[in-house]
Design a protein around this ligand. Structure first.
Ligand SMILES: C[S@@+](CC[C@H](N)C(=O)[O-])C[C@H]1O[C@@H](n2cnc3c(N)ncnc32)[C@H](O)[C@@H]1O
Length: 252
């Protein structure tokens, strides 16, 4: 029988790996992701100021004590609106510096694994590094189980049946926009709920979908919380929070 390590493969010199680490439970990493976390010269991860870094926390059971780590700390996260000049300037400069830091390691011939929560190409900060570094360096992206997939699994909620159309909506959209899009879809996932929770709940109610909506916080993580959105009266939600509205399509 082939060993798991042989299936996972190895890391190459001077290569950037975007490693999807899944929704929170380390057991949901792919073989390739788990193998690379152990094989790369450097494990890099993004983290909020003063926080350990969620992606790093997910893979902590796999890290060797002597593993070289690079922590890329956001100068801000939710302190300013994402469309404000303050946010764009601060985060733009941060991504430029972070890419410069990783480029220097890649030039030295190091293999660098940049951890990404869920899937790297799905609303991921990794994409900002990929955009800058894939021009000059080989990059391999390892897909991951998305947060929403982990959440609907843990909520025991099949999301689409038959010909259901699924809309993935950022909770950062305006309330009117959310209502219009929710009215047009069969099933929905509303991401980035966080401080938008009250607005998202109003929009779901206006679209007539409150009775079907489920709120999931930190799905698959140890402190996971799952409840009907109608029963969630919190003024704001956790950063790792989303709303599921399952479709009601063809059931045979
Ligand atoms: C910047 S996006 C990153 C998405 C990630 N790349 C993915 O594939 O799921 C962050 C948003 O994903 C959602 N999310 C990701 N993982 C989650 C989880 N385990 N539980 C609840 N929401 C999650 C939340 O809405 C959060 O605000």
């Amino acid at each position: 029988m082939t060993s798991l390590d042989a299936l996972a493969g190895t890391a190459s010199r001077g290569t950037l790996y975007g490693i999807g680490v899944g929704p929170g439970d380390v057991r949901y990493l792919t073989l390739r992701a788990a193998g690379l976390v152990r094989a790369v010269d450097v494990v890099a991860f993004f983290a909020k100021k003063g926080m350990p870094g969620n992606a790093r926390r997910i893979v902590a059971p796999l890290l060797a004590p002597a593993q070289t780590e690079v922590r890329l700390e956001y100068p801000m996260t939710e302190e300013a609106p994402a469309d404000s000049a303050a946010y764009r300037n601060a985060i733009g400069a941060f991504y430029r510096d972070a890419a410069g830091h990783l480029a220097a390691l890649l030039k030295e011939g190091k293999s660098v694994g940049l951890l990404a929560e869920g899937d790297p190409f799905f609303y991921g900060s990794f994409m900002h590094m990929w955009r800058r570094l894939s021009v000059d360096f080989p990059v391999e992206v390892v897909p991951g189980v998305t947060g929403m997939s982990g959440c609907w699994t843990r909520a025991n909620t099949p999301i689409t049946w038959g010909d259901d159309v699924l809309s993935v909506l950022p909770g950062t959209l305006g309330e009117k926009n959310l209502v219009e899009r929710l009215r047009l879809t069969d099933a929905a996932v509303i991401m980035k709920v966080g401080r938008n929770l009250a607005k998202v709940r109003r929009a779901v109610e206006k679209a007539g979908l409150l009775s079907r909506a489920v709120y999931v916080e930190r799905g698959t993580m140890e402190d996971e919380r799952i409840l009907p959105l109608a029963e969630c009266t919190d003024a704001r939600g956790a950063y790792f929070g989303l709303v599921l509205i399952p479709g009601e399509g063809r059931r045979l």
